[in-house]
Design a protein around this ligand. Structure first.
Ligand code: PHE
Length: 397
């Protein structure tokens, strides 16, 4: 089967301060992955990074949003002089929201583009398969926003700059129990996504640990569109709260159908809710009385985020950066910070430097990579008001 990737190379020339971008169609799966053994080596002069993201397909909002953050970081870094006076090069591959495409893209970036490090993915299921390839070819991979614990458990080359789902699940369980005074909960999980399964499990564990009761644990699969059977079951159980740890497409339909069926309870979710498409599809009204945890609040007035938000808005026609964009921005800068500390363009040295990232001041907070190669960071709880997610609370680890 032929699989085509859109490969985009962005090179910012410091002298001209202009962006040269070229788009090439490349076949990611038919190329020989033996380039490394064939003598090609990563450059020792110019940094080359690979970004893989869902720019099309089911969760296209994840990749397009992250990419804007990564590209802004790249442009700023190169304007400031680049690495050793040379602009950093970035190749971006579209994973089309598919696991096999993510694996193929990563293999190609490592063995043919000869990148020094990888940035990606957003969706945990895609990061998990990509991580196997990064491990196989001993190349550092930094996920901006995959929260499933299995991602970094793949091994010593795999890092992330965000919190993990056991924490995110606990945040929402505590919120349900303590803030919303919920004694019973129903859970509806997407069994096609490692993210959703892991986050649902984490919520169930924490909620029951706090003395709450799960009255129903039901499921669906990505791309389903009719959730009335599950919602009928939920309605019958009369839970105090509903936990829905899915991605925005299905979440939007579930929330809309739930309200149409007269399900009025608070509906809670995690970072996978984040996308403007959620509001477009669900509608403002159904989203009242819903909350989700996230990595950062776009209406924050704090710290390093403020300047970033201004520059991002200026760069992208007034658009507010999503958490994914902010994490993409931070991921690029954390990678470059590690490369600077490594002092040489060597994958092994970069891996070691990434592992010792400490107190890096990002726009999503301070980033320290722990022993498990995860970042320990606080979460925010956002509440929908008039169709806009707005800051509600911060929860520290
Ligand atoms: N945390 C989600 C996952 O691991 C991805 C995600 C991150 C989605 C941030 C939206 C915002 O699958």
């Amino acid at each position: 089967m032929q699989k085509w990737f859109s490969k985009v190379v962005f090179v910012v020339s410091i002298s001209a301060l202009s962006i040269v971008s070229c788009t090439k169609k490349e076949n990611a799966t038919s190329g020989s992955p033996g380039a490394q053994s064939g003598g090609a080596q990563p450059s020792t002069e110019v940094v080359k990074l690979g970004h893989f993201a869902s720019l099309t397909g089911g969760v296209a909002a994840f990749g397009t949003s992250t990419r804007k953050g990564v590209d802004l970081a790249l442009e700023e870094f190169n304007k400031a002089g680049g690495w050793n006076g040379k602009p950093v090069e970035l190749v971006t591959y579209d994973t089309q929201s598919k696991a096999e495409e993510a694996a193929a893209a990563v293999t190609k970036m490592i063995t043919q583009d000869m990148v020094h490090g990888l940035i990606g993915e957003v969706a945990s299921s895609l990061s998990i398969v990509a991580a196997d390839k990064a491990m196989q070819f001993k190349t550092p991979m930094l996920s901006p926003s995959s929260t499933n614990p299995s991602v970094t458990k793949k091994g010593e080359y795999i890092f992330r700059i965000c919190f993990i789902d056991p924490f995110q699940g606990e945040v929402m369980a505590k919120f349900a129990k303590e803030q919303l005074k919920g004694k019973t909960a129903a859970v509806i999980r997407d069994v096609a996504q490692d993210y959703s399964i892991g986050l649902a499990d984490a919520f169930v564990k924490s909620f029951t640990g706090l003395g709450g009761k799960i009255v129903l644990d039901t499921s669906y699969q990505s791309k389903d569109t009719d959730f009335r059977a599950q919602l009928t079951d939920i309605k019958g159980k009369k839970p105090d709260v509903i936990f829905l740890p899915g991605y925005y497409n299905e979440v939007a339909l579930i929330v809309r159908q739930a309200r149409q069926m007269g399900v009025k309870q608070p509906i809670l979710g995690g970072d996978g809710w984040e996308s403007e498409d959620l509001v477009k599809v669900a509608g403002k009204e159904p989203l009242e009385n819903t909350y989700f945890s996230n990595h950062y609040a776009p209406d924050t007035k704090e710290g390093a985020a403020v300047g970033f938000i201004e520059r991002y808005k200026a760069r992208y026609n007034g658009e507010l950066p999503s958490a994914m964009a902010a994490l993409g921005f931070d991921a690029f800068n954390v990678m470059m910070d590690a490369i600077k500390r490594a002092g040489k363009l060597d994958r092994e040295a970069i891996k070691i430097a990434l592992a010792s990232t400490k107190d890096f001041q990002g726009v999503t907070g301070k980033i320290t990579i722990n022993e498990e190669r995860n970042a320990v960071k606080s979460a925010v709880v956002l509440k929908f008001k008039d169709g806009k997610p707005s800051y509600h609370a911060t929860v520290n680890p």
